[in-house]
Write a protein that binds this ligand. Structure first.
Ligand SMILES: Cc1cc2nc3c(=O)[nH]c(=O)nc-3n(C[C@H](O)[C@H](O)[C@H](O)COP(=O)(O)OP(=O)(O)OC[C@H]3O[C@@H](n4cnc5c(N)ncnc54)[C@H](O)[C@@H]3O)c2cc1C
Length: 414
């Protein structure tokens, strides 16, 4: 043991890995290089920071003495620009070179921008890190109406938060229904109700076609059917891709993200990847996917860290578990959730409260995915059942109908 560990990225994957390496290797050197301007923070709450509701200190995950106590050297505000995997060196934006025995790539994702005219105009934002959030925060303060583009999970957060600080919000969604394909039909209906209550103007079946401006500032958005929306503030959330373009010449096997095996090891023996930059084989769907949520990123970080120290190999088998708050609703999207099951039988389980329900998807007699609204205990149990592919005797008997009672599901899971 006692190696030289280099970690690129200071999100949950990188920092959980660092913490676990220190648990297992008391003498090794651990260095974390990250482009972020502050240490690890709870990224899901970045929209609340961006609208000025929370300060940076309120979203920090670890106190500064955590890094000192664990002898983790942080190099912040620095970007890894090149990996020379033969010489085991990472070059950074400040001209430094970092050597390593073991390297973890935990660089997360970068937001996409649409390739339409005018996308570089001032007043158009994407957001993933705090520097981008600072820019949104400064702009949002001037209280203009805003257009949020993209009905994904981040788009929903920003539409909600910007509305809550009093801005007029138009929410442009490409799909026919808000919430699709992440949530099931009933979940989408509840979400739509939340946004209606909030007073957000949701425009479905609407895509961006061009941005028009004056003096290099955004003035107008042109959408489907030549719909024209006057606005000087636009927040884009049309998707993201793993932040791996700096690895292009490294020789590492990359598809969407860094391809890793069950131990989160890349095509190079001493290089691992975890979190949103890694492409893993999903334990349920057997597809190679990037799991873009907090829980899976930190679980992967813990396992990668352990495997980097060279102890007993640990396999990563966690299924996706995306925790999502939309207004007053709390969802868990588990396993194949709603989004990636092509074939499967869906059954709803509802109780007295119409805003609490479970939708499970079954395939060949086992549960492969679930959308849970409220009911955190049921979520935990379903996660276990899905992850371990636990066979439930007589499952078919309970799911012959489209809808069942919540009590019945609790009995099935007991
Ligand atoms: C606005 C928002 C809302 C979200 N809401 C939820 C939610 O409700 N529930 C949920 O489960 N998940 C949510 N997520 C997703 C969750 O935050 C991520 O899945 C998680 O942070 C991924 O962790 P990670 O460690 O893989 O990457 P990240 O947390 O993205 O960290 C990667 C780090 O690497 C740095 N980096 C990137 N490239 C380089 C480079 N070349 N050199 C150096 N450093 C680099 C980045 O600056 C960043 O600090 C949300 C994300 C966002 C952005």
């Amino acid at each position: 043991m006692a190696g030289n560990y280099l970690i690129i990225g200071s999100g949950p994957a990188g920092i959980t890995a660092a913490e676990n390496i220190r648990n297992l290797d008391n003498k090794g050197e651990i260095t974390v290089v990250s482009e972020e301007r502050v240490p690890m923070f709870y990224r899901p709450r970045i929209p609340e920071y961006a609208v000025g509701k929370l300060e940076v200190e309120e979203i920090m995950v670890k106190k500064m003495d955590f890094y000192d106590q664990n002898r983790i050297t942080l190099r912040l505000g620095i970007r890894a620009v090149k990996l020379d995997n033969e010489r085991k060196i990472v070059e950074t934006s400040d001209g430094q070179r970092y050597g390593y025995d073991k390297l973890l790539i935990a660089t997360g994702i970068v937001p996409l921008k649409p390739s339409v005219p005018g996308v570089e105009l001032k007043g158009i934002f994407t957001m993933h890190d705090l520097i981008q959030a600072d820019r949104v925060r400064a702009f949002a303060r001037e209280a203009k109406p805003v257009v949020v583009v993209g009905g994904g999970l981040l788009g929903m957060d920003m539409a909600e938060e910007l509305k809550r600080i009093g801005l007029g919000v138009k929410f442009l969604v490409r799909r026919h229904v808000l919430g699709d394909p992440f949530f099931d039909e009933y979940g989408c209906k509840l979400i739509q109700e939340e946004f209606t209550l909030l007073g957000v103007d949701v425009l479905t079946d609407t895509e961006i076609q061009a941005f028009e401006g004056m003096d290099s500032k955004l003035a107008k958005i042109v959408a489907t059917d030549r719909k024209q929306i006057e606005s000087s503030f636009c927040f884009l959330s049309i998707g993201a891709v793993p932040a791996v373009n700096w690895l292009e010449e490294s020789g590492l096997k990359i598809d969407k993200g860094v391809l890793v095996d069950g131990r989160l090891q890349s095509s190079e023996e001493c290089i691992f990847s975890a979190g949103n930059s890694a492409q893993i084989t999903d334990t349920v769907s057997k597809k190679q996917i990037v799991q873009t949520n907090w829980y899976n990123a930190s679980t992967q970080g813990r396992i990668a860290g352990s495997n980097m120290t060279g102890g007993e190999p640990i396999e990563y088998k966690a299924t996706t578990n995306y925790l999502k708050k939309v207004g007053n609703l709390s969802f868990n999207l588990i396993g194949c959730g709603n989004a990636i099951v092509e074939v499967g039988r869906r059954t709803y389980f509802k109780g007295d409260n119409p805003r609490e329900y479970v939708m499970i998807t079954t395939k060949e007699g086992v549960i492969v995915g679930a959308v849970v609204c409220g009911l955190p205990k049921v979520s935990m149990k379903l996660k276990e059942v899905i992850e371990k592919q636990i066979v439930i005797t007589n499952l078919e008997k309970f799911i012959t109908q489209k809808e069942g009672k919540l009590d019945t599901l609790l009995k099935i899971l007991a």
